[in-house]
Write a protein of this length. Structure first.
Length: 296
């Protein structure tokens, strides 16, 4: 199990590729966009530079990690020799089903197919393949190279052997895997997303402002980051998608996304990735902060 393909070079995909490559795996990073692949590799290189600066790794280890990653725009070519494929595409069920149908066709018969989905049914994804016993969830946390947890989600048909293999592999990455069952949101997002949604409802109802809500949760509940800032970092579109999956899965109004969240996503205010969410992340705002620090 030393040959791993990662589908998607975005935030999660490049973090997963980085983590496997740093642990000595040969990684095929696959994305249909050359620009996304370049951006993903640039991100990995910058993150490794930070580790070198902190003396967590050597320059030689950085180069070895980068040498372990090969990029592909063709899925069929990229997964040809993979023992494991980790899909890290957008949180969209139709896209994931399409990808897994292709992976089932293109991968060797003994390849384990994993998805980094944070909410979508592993059982449903597995049903799109002819190998449901070999499909499993590997929900990494962001930022992947730093966060220790991996939620390992068993689908209805996932075999004990595959589950043990992925649990052991996760440990070899220096992660702490936790096995959970296949229900909407699993554990992490079933608990986290209602909290974020309630924070947005609190703002929507005028109980307090953005910074006030985040300050209460940071100082009062010892959270390292306020819930509204965390939602910005996750991506408000991702939060909305997960809440919709949970709402549809449980048919329970407590999972219904706040109208403010829905409108912000419609308006393109997605958080850090779009430059604005509950906070302003635009270049002009960054320049303003630098200027204020300089004037101090």
């Amino acid at each position: 199990m030393k040959n791993v393909a990662v589908i998607g070079a975005g935030t999660m995909g490049n973090g997963i590729a980085h983590t496997f490559a740093q642990s000595g795996f040969k990684v095929q990073l696959i994305d249909i966009s050359e620009a996304s692949l370049k951006k993903g590799m640039d991100t990995i290189s910058k993150n490794l530079d930070r580790m070198v600066a902190k003396e967590a790794i050597t320059e030689a280890q950085k180069q070895e990690t980068l040498n372990n990653i090969t990029t592909f725009t063709d899925v069929t070519e990229g997964v040809e020799y993979a023992s494991l494929v980790v899909e890290a595409a957008t949180e969209n069920i139709d896209l994931k089903l399409k990808i897994f149908k292709q992976l089932d066709k293109d991968c060797p018969d003994d390849t384990i197919l994993a998805t980094n989905t944070s909410s979508i049914s592993i059982t449903q994804i597995a049903a799109a393949t002819s190998r449901p016993s070999m499909v499993i969830g590997m929900h990494f946390m962001n930022p992947v190279p730093i966060m220790k947890l991996v939620e390992i989600i068993r689908g209805y048909n996932t075999s004990d052997e595959v589950t043990k293999t992925i649990m052991d592999m996760s440990k070899s990455l220096g992660k702490i895997p936790v096995e959970v069952n296949d229900y909407p949101g699993f554990v992490a997002n079933r608990i986290l997303m209602p909290m974020l949604n309630e924070s947005i409802e609190t703002l929507y109802n005028g109980v307090a402002g953005v910074e006030e809500i985040d300050t209460v949760m940071k100082l009062g509940m010892a959270h390292p980051m306020g819930p509204l800032q965390l939602a910005d970092f996750i991506g408000l579109d991702i939060c909305l998608s997960i809440l919709n999956v949970m709402y549809e899965g449980f048919k329970n109004p407590k999972y219904a996304p706040c109208p403010l969240l829905v409108n912000m996503v419609r308006a393109g205010k997605l958080g850090v990735k779009s430059g604005e969410g509950f906070y302003d992340y635009s270049q002009s705002k960054k320049a303003e902060k630098v200027a204020k620090q300089f004037l101090k």
